[in-house]
Design a protein around this ligand. Structure first.
Ligand SMILES: NC(=O)c1ccc[n+]([C@@H]2O[C@H](COP(=O)([O-])OP(=O)(O)OC[C@H]3O[C@@H](n4cnc5c(N)ncnc54)[C@H](OP(=O)(O)O)[C@@H]3O)[C@@H](O)[C@H]2O)c1
Length: 156
């Protein structure tokens, strides 16, 4: 399968890239950092360098692929001006546009524990909103929402 991974070579997407490449899939990894290109290619994947804020870039990267793994990267939580809920909505809408325009049919969305709640969940409302946005896509698009609990990166 032709698979698009967002999340660069981050905590989840790096081991995921290795596993999918080993299983024979054609994997494209999105990173915003041109310096990651070589590392992505060294894993046997294709690098797509650009930002998740750019819908046209997402459309062209998603086009022709069988499946996409979509995630919202952490932002600068110490930035007092950051509207985290708006950030999640913006990227959720970007993904929805890219899925629609590219015609991609299979999507795995990294959501979160608590994403079923529409209030009282603090910043998890961001993940709730992204699920809602993606659920409004055509039923022809098969979407799996993953709702992990908290996970720790220092354990592997
Ligand atoms: N930790 C938890 O307990 C928990 C629980 C539930 C859900 N989650 C979800 O898991 C996510 C974190 O996943 P992770 O640990 O795999 O991520 P990660 O290791 O932080 O990797 C995300 C990567 O995305 C890339 N990126 C950032 N902004 C970008 C942009 N605008 N355009 C393109 N690429 C961009 C960055 O790499 P480059 O610099 O190469 O672009 C970044 O390293 C959280 O944001 C949250 O949504 C976490």
């Amino acid at each position: 399968m032709k698979v698009i991974l967002t999340g660069s070579l981050g905590n989840i997407s790096k081991p995921l890239t290795k596993e999918l490449v080993e299983k024979g899939h054609r994997v494209t990894v999105i990173s915003s950092n041109p310096e990651k290109q070589k590392e992505i290619e060294a894993l046997g994947a294709i690098a797509a360098i650009g930002t998740l804020e750019d819908v046209d870039f997402l459309v062209s990267t998603f086009t022709g692929a069988d499946a996409a793994y979509c995630m919202v990267p952490p932002n600068n939580y110490f930035d007092q001006k950051l509207d985290l809920i708006a950030y999640y909505c913006r990227l959720g809408n970007n993904y929805a546009q890219a899925i629609k325009q590219s015609g991609i049919q299979r999507v795995v969305n990294l959501s979160s524990i608590g994403a079923h709640l529409d209030k009282g969940s603090g910043i998890l409302l961001g993940a709730h909103n992204v699920e809602k946005i993606l659920n409004e896509l055509s039923p022809d698009v098969a979407i799996t929402h993953l709702r992990p609990t908290s996970f720790y990166y220092n354990l592997w």
